[in-house]
Write a protein that binds this ligand. Structure first.
Ligand code: ADP
Ligand code: MG
Length: 621
């Protein structure tokens, strides 16, 4: 929720300086950090050379015993490959076993005691979370210097196929880097936000996001409905990306231009970077010519396209699979968004556009869109975008109305979402068939002061005496803030549910006022609540006394019957009382006078049971 600071002493809304929440694209090859400046998402650049991308590479320098991250670490890849760590993202949330066999990494993975992965740098071991935290720390430092402000909160993106472990590992890395990770969001969702999709609440669209990076490819089909993104399907190949193109170019040169491929890892790497330059240059200017180790090497568009073709064909197959899984037709796709540095290749753009039969979105930089979108999401979470207030915690308590118009809170205010909470209820009338569940939001004790969000009626409860049915009411809020309320009678499994799309149709001011009023009226509200509760208890006692009288009429003496009947009358008269304490005094007195009768009946019941007689009269009508 937007941070509305409340001055509890004065009961006013305080205006506070809002923290900057950064958006981070923690990539396999490159990472970026962005923030919102005057309503525009902005990538934060390096102070010295103005570069935006931070290579996701870590280098441990033995001499200075220092860790280097980014461009300076990338340089070491060719000089000290054994102490240079890259592609850490591939290891996040994975066990040692998951990564076997492992032929891709230039450094060695070791199993930890709990079968997780650890990586040795000099004489210390690090796990993937710690290594990712180093990259995040570097990004955070960059932002703190550029913005001259401490950064403590972030939104971090992950691929849509990341499972819970991988997401949690990413969250932990953020925490380790000293940031509260307000939200982990899917990369395709971030990319869509960067293109302005999802910022208009009434917009409904189907979006295909094609992401081709350095070493991975994925495609996601998203449904955008009322400002909420749903991943309909996702497909891809975690072993396919720009690095493969570079390798294929090298192989082409070996075969056709007498290139001698070096054996040493260092040399291999220099050559790979040379090939990458050739790829980018050819794509931009149609032709490349250069010398590597005194060998002249060339490339042109036609050849580049031939080299790329088998790889691109694989990605198109993935797109077909994703389309099949989404159960949608190609003409239902409204937008195609390109993400990842490799989608700068003209041939990639052409083939993707051809497959979806649609012009692709290329206005934004494909290697920046994810970070830009993360910054937009961060801004929404900061509450700066009033139109589109996404909640990260429940801004107000959510609950249902119980007897006497009381608010029974099921999910308290400030609970982190997603969340699921359930509570059991029962009927208050014998043979009750329907139960109305009215859903409210707010901090006041009586629902009349809160906001009604909706209601559902649980029908067809089998007739049972009051208090016997077990009805579970469950509140679920998904990460997008949608509340689903389910009511279920547990004996018969009768079920009913309702979805409440927006639990935030209140403005921030209204929410803040609600809190202030709840605090100002706290004592009065609590007194009212206590009065209603005790009156509910009295009603329950009256029903019990009536039942007791009825069930035990054969054993009760006339004087006992009179005591019980006057007790019931006295109880009934307390319904007009406005003071809780005098009702309580009445209840205590009545309990004292009827206790001996209850004991005598209990003894009779036990004796009867012991003598083998059945006294099964509990289910009277
Ligand atoms: P990741 O998401 O895996 O971190 P990126 O989106 O940063 O990766 O993409 C990195 C890849 O993009 C590299 O393989 C790089 O060679 C490629 N790339 C970057 N710029 C261009 C370009 N102009 N033309 C072709 N490929 C490019
Ligand atoms: Mg990426």
């Amino acid at each position: 929720m937007g941070k509305v600071a409340i001055n509890f002493k004065e009961g006013t809304i305080a205006q506070n300086k809002t923290d900057i929440i950064v958006g981070i694209d923690l990539g396999t090859t490159n990472s970026l950090i962005a923030y919102m400046q005057d309503g525009k998402a902005q990538i934060i650049a390096d102070a010295n050379d103005n570069t935006l991308l931070v290579p996701s590479i870590i280098y441990y320098d033995e001499d200075s015993e220092q860790i280097f991250v980014g461009e300076s670490a990338k340089k070491q890849l060719t000089l000290h490959p054994e102490s240079t760590i890259y592609s850490v993202k591939r290891l996040m949330g994975k066990s040692y076993q998951d990564m076997q066999p492992n032929k891709h990494l230039g450094y060695t993975l070791h199993p930890s005691e709990d079968q997780n992965i650890k990586i040795k740098l000099k004489d210390k071991y690090y796990n993937p979370i710690e290594l990712s935290a180093m990259i995040l720390n570097y990004l955070k430092d960059r932002a703190e210097h550029a913005l001259n402000q401490k950064i403590t909160k972030a939104v971090i993106t992950v691929p849509s196929y990341f499972n819970d472990h991988q997401r949690q590992a990413t969250r932990d890395a953020g925490k380790l880097a000293g940031m509260e990770v307000l939200r982990i969001i899917n990369e395709p969702t971030a990319a869509s936000l960067a293109y302005g999709l999802g910022l208009n609440k009434n917009e409904n669209k189907i979006i295909a996001v094609y992401d081709l990076g350095g070493g991975t490819f994925d495609v996601s089909i998203l449904r955008l409905e009322d400002g909420i993104f749903d991943v309909l399907s996702t497909n891809g190949n975690t072993e396919l990306g720009g690095d493969d193109f570079d390798q294929a170019i090298i192989q082409y040169w070996e075969k056709n231009q007498q290139l001698i491929i070096p054996i040493e890892y260092k040399e291999k790497n220099t050559l790979r970077q040379f090939a990458e330059t050739a790829k980018i240059f050819t794509n931009e200017s149609g032709h490349f010519s250069g010398t590597y180790n005194n060998q002249n090497l060339e490339l042109n568009t036609d050849i580049l396209n031939q080299i790329l073709e088998p790889f691109i064909a694989k990605t198109i197959t993935c797109c077909k699979n994703a389309m099949n899984d989404s159960k949608l037709k190609l003409n239902e796709i409204d937008e195609v968004i390109l993400v990842g540095g490799s989608t700068r290749l003209n041939q990639v753009q052409n083939r993707v556009s051809e497959f979806f039969n649609k012009t692709v979105n290329t206005n934004l930089n494909p290697d920046q869109v994810v970070a830009l979108g993360a910054a937009i999401q961060a801004d929404i979470l900061a509450g700066n975008n009033k139109e589109f207030l996404l909640i990260d915690v429940t801004p107000l308590s959510l609950g249902i109305e119980t007897i006497g118009g009381l608010m029974d809170t099921i999910i308290p205010r400030n609970s982190k979402i997603p969340i699921s909470q359930a509570r059991s209820y029962t009927t208050s009338v014998d043979g009750q068939k329907n139960l109305k569940v009215a859903i409210f939001q707010g901090e006041r004790e009586l629902v009349e002061h809160n906001h009604k969000l909706g209601e559902l009626i649980l029908k067809n409860i089998p007739p049972m005496p009051a208090g016997l049915p077990k009805i579970e009411i469950q509140f679920l809020i998904n990460p997008d803030g949608i509340l689903k309320v389910k009511a279920k009678e547990l004996r018969t499994q009768t079920e009913q549910d309702i979805e409440i799309k927006s639990t935030i149709n209140l403005s921030e001011e209204q929410m803040a006022l609600m809190l202030i009023y709840s605090i100002k009226n706290a004592q009065a509200d609590l007194d009212k609540r206590a009065l209603i509760e005790i009156k509910n208890e009295v009603k329950y006692l009256i029903a019990n006394y009536n039942r007791f009288l009825d069930q035990n009429k054969v054993h009760l003496s006339d004087s006992e019957k009179i005591i019980l009947q006057t007790s019931i009358q006295k109880l009934q008269s307390t319904q007009d009382y406005t003071d809780k304490n005098s009702i309580q005094t009445q209840i205590d007195e009545i309990n004292n006078s009827t206790a001996p009768i209850a004991h005598r009946m209990m003894d009779i019941t036990i004796q009867t049971a012991l003598s083998g007689q059945s006294i099964n009269n509990a289910n009277h009508e």
